[in-house]
Design a binder for this molecule. Structure first.
Ligand code: ASP
Length: 731
């Protein structure tokens, strides 16, 4: 994968990812900073980890010769982490990672989301078609092979092409004759390449999940927030064939016997304790220059936040109409608000951690070093200047692309018109029978869409979104219809959009169905001249041909600069080790349990308890409902052995460097025992995706003792406890 470009678009346009460089090098190592490649732990981190408290050998964590912790950690589904906690394939991950599976099994009669689900025996565990988990078999450094015969001077596009071809070959050679899968990922902007070989299991069954009022307690209100009280876990079991190999679902399959499962410690955590998190962080841009961070944090994100605020306000207005409307839009609301809230956290974190100035300081140190280096054969002394020139050109393109992408993906009606266009052109060359089927399918998607009444929201948000796009982007990247708005609608986005909505076939089910009955040529004309199609098409074309093509080529050049920057930083201080950005490969982060000071005179403790859940309880607020049984357990102080200070611990924070994708990751103590399940970060701490700050960046974990308490006391699912390996409390 190119480290610079990510294709996320449902349409033709691609979103540009960002480019980077490190802050780490010149200053002392930050506590907790870094997401490390397990293959290199021994050579890079082991000594430091030992000094900080680790009591394991490197081979206990990663080994291909013996069972190690890496064998107990999996990719869960498409973007989460999970870990094995029993010799019979039992796996724990977050509730929010298992959410869609729990939802898929829920019906009005058996609403597992609301009431929770606990299989009473293995026979009652529920199959999940399409869900898989991947075990990492091994990591291999393939840099030398991928880059063999590729001179440094080769233009980036050609370099990527040749490296790509070699990677394909290496991958297929690596798994030939096996049932494994391989992928190769670029590290440090293509400076290094590593191959990851996986064994993928496809029969993964739901075993248990607490009710939402525990698993999602605090909901959106508490998302990205500390102090937190969310029991964010769910349990699954991996099944295999009789040979312990991956197999499609079959009643004949048996519980998978993992090479390794984690031992649980109920000792709990104290401030200052060593902790580590092993999992799959998805994406960070840690090495961005100050110019790049300013572009994102002070220009692009604020505009996107404004766009989403408007969308959320429009949804709230509709949802206030009653319970039916609330239900209809709830999922969409959650989907939009998660990133919205995170972006706000990032912009705050940039301010409170002074991230731009910190990066500037590092850049000037680099520049000074490069200028003091008389020979400078690598050309480091002109690097900062090259960055500056490149970002001046790149910024307007990046912002247009980023905001344009946000805009095109916001109105639901664009999905319908996009799908209709694709299906219409696909059916053109086919037989009459097929055309009939295709028209029928189009009708079905139309009916489904019109039932959602999404147009009401779309019509409200589009004028403001267009205005925000116009105000924040270079006029060179305004699609042609913007001049129609200025000239024919006196600059009124509302009038323009209202007129389009009143005429479009995609905003009225009668007009839509009528169109589907027309002969092909009439249909073609109706679609291609539809006012909403004109907006969508003009916008996509502008973004693709005026923005993306140029931005893509520039971003490749910038990637090259970053490769040089990171190489330069490595040369500047040979004692420092730079960690690679997250790229959804297995990483280890280590830090310690610690609270933080979010603002002047405010001190956050490092753990929360059941008492806090009772304090937050509010029957008026959906996010703060507490199940009756949990209240009873609290009142009766029926805590079992899962206590701290005569209370049940719920969550704790630590300075482990994590990111999206680390959800569900095991949080381990110095002995490698499971003490928690990672599920979130604190709000300002989300700046850790761009510039880690040890003062404010914390990962939020669920205390394993709360998990045990819920399984034992709340769910009475003792049969599950029996298969866990739990260390007795060290008193
Ligand atoms: N909540 C995130 C996730 O779902 C974790 C994080 O970003 O810290 O992966």
């Amino acid at each position: 994968m190119s480290p610079v470009i990510i294709n996320q678009s449902p349409v033709t346009m691609k979103r540009l990812s960002l480019l980077l460089v490190s802050a780490v090098l010149i200053t002392a190592a930050y506590a907790g900073e870094g997401m490390w490649n397990l293959l290199l732990l021994d050579s890079l981190n082991y000594k430091d980890m030992q000094e900080k408290g680790l009591r394991l050998a490197p081979e206990d964590i990663y080994s291909i010769n013996q069972a190690s912790i890496k064998d107990a950690v999996v990719i869960f589904g498409g973007g989460c982490t999970g870990e094995l906690i029993s010799p019979d394939g039992l796996l724990i991950t977050n509730h929010h990672c298992g959410y869609s599976r729990i939802q898929a099994h829920s019906t009005v009669e058996n609403d597992y989301l609301t009431n929770g689900f606990w299989a009473g025996s293995r026979e009652e565990e529920l199959a999940n078609p399409g869900l898989s988990v991947s075990f990492l078999v091994r990591i291999e450094d393939v840099t030398g092979k991928v880059l063999a015969g590729i001179p440094d001077s080769l233009p980036e596009t050609e370099r990527n092409r040749r490296a790509g071809a070699m990677m394909e070959e290496l991958k297929s050679r690596a798994v030939e004759g096996t049932h494994y899968e391989a992928e190769i990922k670029s590290f440090y902007f293509g400076r290094e390449y590593y191959m990851f070989v996986y064994e993928v299991f496809r029969d993964v069954r739901l075993v248990g999940a607490p009710p939402e009022a525990i698993g999602r307690f605090g909901g959106d209100t508490d998302n990205w927030i500390w102090p937190r009280h969310t029991g964010d876990f769910s349990l699954f079991r991996i099944y295999a064939d009789k040979e312990n190999k991956p197999a499609d679902y079959s009643p004949e399959n048996v519980p998978y016997r993992p090479k390794k499962h984690l031992t649980i410690s109920t000792d709990g955590v104290k401030e200052g304790d060593f902790t580590m998190v092993i999992g799959y962080p998805g994406r960070t841009d840690e090495y961005l220059t100050s110019d790049a961070l300013r572009m994102i944090g002070q220009k692009s994100l604020p505009a996107k936040i404004e766009m989403r605020t408007l969308r959320l306000q429009a949804l709230e207005k509709e949802m206030a109409r009653g319970p039916e409307a609330r239900l209809k839009y709830a999922g969409r609301y959650v989907g939009i608000s998660n990133s919205w809230k995170k972006w706000i956290g990032v912009t705050r974190g940039i301010e409170s951690s002074d991230a731009i100035r910190r990066k500037k300081l590092l850049e000037s140190s680099f520049d000074q070093w490069a200028h003091g280096n008389v020979a400078d054969t690598a050309g480091y002394s002109s690097l900062m200047e090259q960055f500056s020139v490149s970002y001046t050109q790149f910024e307007p393109l990046y912002i247009a692309n980023d905001l344009g992408y946000e805009l095109l993906n916001s109105p639901e009606v664009f999905d319908l018109l996009n799908k209709t266009q694709i299906d219409f052109y696909a059916m053109l060359d086919s037989s009459d029978t097929f055309q009939k089927v295709a028209r029928n399918q189009l009708k079905q998607s139309g009916v489904k869409f019109f039932r959602t009444e999404s147009m009401v929201i779309d019509q409200q948000i589009l004028p403001s979104m267009l205005r925000i796009y116009a105000e924040n982007t270079d006029p060179r990247y305004h699609p042609g219809f913007f001049s129609t708005i200025s000239n024919e609608y006196k600059g009124s986005y509302e009038d323009y959009i209202n007129s389009a909505f009143s005429r479009s076939v995609f905003t009225d089910s009668t007009r839509y169905v009528k169109m589907l009955r027309k002969p092909v040529e009439v249909m073609r004309k109706l679609i291609s001249t539809d006012p909403l199609v004109v907006i969508y098409r003009d916008f996509s074309r502008t973004l693709m041909f005026d923005v993306y093509v140029k931005a893509d080529s520039l971003s490749r050049q910038i990637n090259r600069l970053y490769r040089k920057y990171i190489t330069g930083m490595m040369a500047m201080d040979k004692t420092r080790v730079l960690y690679p950005d997250a790229n959804f490969t297995m990483r280890l982060a280590y830090g310690k349990v610690e609270g933080y000071e979010p603002s002047d005179a405010v001190n956050y403790g490092f753990y929360t308890t059941l008492k806090g859940i009772m304090e937050k309880e509010n029957p008026e607020i959906a996010d703060y409902q507490v199940p009756l049984k949990l209240k009873e357990l609290f009142v009766q102080r029926d805590f079992g052995s899962y206590t701290v200070n005569n209370n049940v611990p719920v969550c704790f924070i630590a300075s482990n460097h994590t990111s999206g994708g680390n959800s569900g990751s095991p949080v381990l103590n110095a002995e490698g025992n499971l003490i928690g399940i990672n599920f979130d970060r604190n709000w300002e701490g989300t700046i850790s995706d761009y510039a880690y700050d040890p003062g404010i960046c914390r990962n939020i974990s669920l205390d394993i003792r709360y998990v045990l308490f819920i399984i034992d006391k709340f769910a009475d699912a003792d049969w599950l406890l029996d298969e866990l390996t739990i260390l007795k409390k060290n008193l």
